[in-house]
Design a protein around this ligand. Structure first.
Ligand SMILES: [Cu+2]
Length: 463
């Protein structure tokens, strides 16, 4: 059976070879280098040195794939392969990705470019690449079985098309999708407008959202999970592993967000209003934009928002589903608010001397303590700011808006120095106890009976 299957694959490979022989485009050329990235921090933007000018993007905890020009073609080389991705210091996932990382590198090109993308499959099973949102010939759309034969392990296929429109797109397999996307295979594809002035911004950030279910102490995502994920990531990173976003005061910024998780994410910006400027369908006309502070990014979609960074400070930027700003250890914990666990804790300590009960007042004590954890997992809420524990995880980072940063300077400027008198402070005077309704819980109060004036009144009170 495996032999006949291989024969079939070889036959389809021959068909493809025959097709390229007709066009004669590829055989004469060598395959471009496939660069590998070994870092998980945001790499500097690749500023264009030829062709139309554009403001290059930066990818949170990611990088842009270098290319080469070959005749009239912009050539890229993606290698689909198993990778080890660090989610944050202290935890790695054994994922599948491209060119050494998951997600794969961001691809950047310009409207009107002819791109030739070599895809080499180093996975143990077949794959394809679908170019999500692109307008292209049906045979380049990357749906295995429908628009092309699958790319067998060890083989390289070539995609060639012209970039018909500018905007924000993604790439991901359309082959054994449930497994390959659950394993982290995806990336962003930015097409800049040919007119360098069109919708130009000063800083352009990019990331893609993915979710994983990785039990504490294990390394490989459970690929069949449909709803109960415990790692909610931006570019396969979780807070405090997600890059901070340094922004110069007064810059116009854009943030482009792809969603390949199984649920929507309401992405929230503090201290500013924002407008959706681009989706995977194209640019949103300015007359159709309205101000928001939270934009919902649906499943299988892209939202890019534009923002004028006119308010200096350190501003939280996060998914507003509170479970998505928690890490793995935050799932399956019981609620103990209001439960006095002192007696039970004494008994448990006879067996486990360092046992610490958690969550009797809330969960914040979990953000302060450095608890012993199983191997390869992260605390549910973590990270420290200038005023104490931030108590976050997952899809959370900070926009650091500062005066005087240089263009394309993405170095962390440190914590914001607040002008005197602009930080919430503790009241130092005498605090009168504010008047309150009787404290709950109490026995139900008897409801006063309404009595008509002049009616016989046994229980009538003067009130
Ligand atoms: Cu979310």
């Amino acid at each position: 059976m495996s032999i006949s299957r291989r024969n079939l694959l070889e036959a389809s490979g021959l068909v493809l070879l025959g097709a390229t022989a007709v066009s004669g485009r590829v055989q004469a050329q060598s395959i471009p280098e496939a660069p590998v990235m070994d870092k998980t921090t945001m790499q500097p933007p690749i500023v264009p040195t030829s062709g139309p000018d554009y403001q290059p993007v930066v990818t949170l905890n990611g990088w842009t794939l270098p290319w080469r020009m070959n005749g009239g073609w912009k050539e890229f080389h993606l290698v689909a392969e198993p990778v080890v991705r660090e989610f944050a210091p202290g935890m790695v996932g054994h994922l599948w990705g491209y060119n050494g990382q998951a997600p794969g590198p961001t691809i950047e090109a310009v409207e009107g470019d002819k791109v030739r993308i070599f895809v080499t499959n180093k996975l143990p099973e077949h794959t394809t690449v679908h170019w999500h949102g692109m307008i292209l010939p049906a045979g380049m759309d990357g749906v295995g079985g429908l628009s092309q034969p699958h790319i067998p392990p060890g083989k390289t296929f070539v995609y060639e098309y012209e970039l018909k429109k500018s905007g924000t797109f993604m790439y991901h397999p359309h082959a054994d999708e449930m497994v390959q996307m659950a394993m982290g295979m995806m990336g962003m594809f930015i097409v800049h407008p040919r007119d360098p002035a069109y919708r130009r911004v000063d800083r352009d950030f990019v990331f893609i959202m993915s979710a994983y279910d990785i039990d504490p102490g294990t390394y490989v995502p459970k690929v069949a999970e449909m709803t109960d994920f415990n790692m909610w990531t931006w570019n396969s990173r979780v807070f405090p592993g997600i890059d901070m976003m340094p922004i110069r005061l007064g810059d116009r910024i854009r943030v482009r967000i792809g969603n390949l998780t199984m649920t929507n994410h309401p992405i929230h910006v503090h201290g500013h209003d924002i407008r959706v400027s681009c989706t995977d369908g194209g640019w949103v006309p300015e007359s159709a934009q309205w101000p928001e502070t939270t934009i919902d990014v649906p499943v299988g979609a892209i939202r890019a928002f534009d923002m004028l960074a006119d308010n200096p400070g350190d501003w939280a930027f996060h998914c507003h589903k509170s479970h998505h700003t928690m890490n793995a250890m935050g799932h399956d914990v019981r609620t103990y608010i209001g439960v006095d666990k002192r007696e039970i804790a004494k008994k448990i300590r006879r067996l486990v001397p360092d046992y610490m009960p958690m969550g009797t007042a809330g969960m914040a004590d979990m953000g302060e303590m450095e608890m012993p954890l199983p191997a390869n997992t992260l605390p549910m809420m973590t990270g420290f700011g200038p005023f104490g524990p931030i108590e976050m995880g997952g899809m959370f980072t900070v926009m650091k808006i500062r005066e005087g940063l240089a263009a394309n300077d993405y170095k962390d400027p440190g914590w914001y120095q607040h002008p005197a008198g602009t930080v919430a402070y503790e009241w130092q005077g005498t605090a009168q106890t504010p008047s309150r309704a009787p404290q709950a819980p109490q026995a139900p109060q008897p409801v006063p009976r309404m009595t008509k004036p002049g009616a016989p009144s046994g229980g009538h009170r003067n009130h």
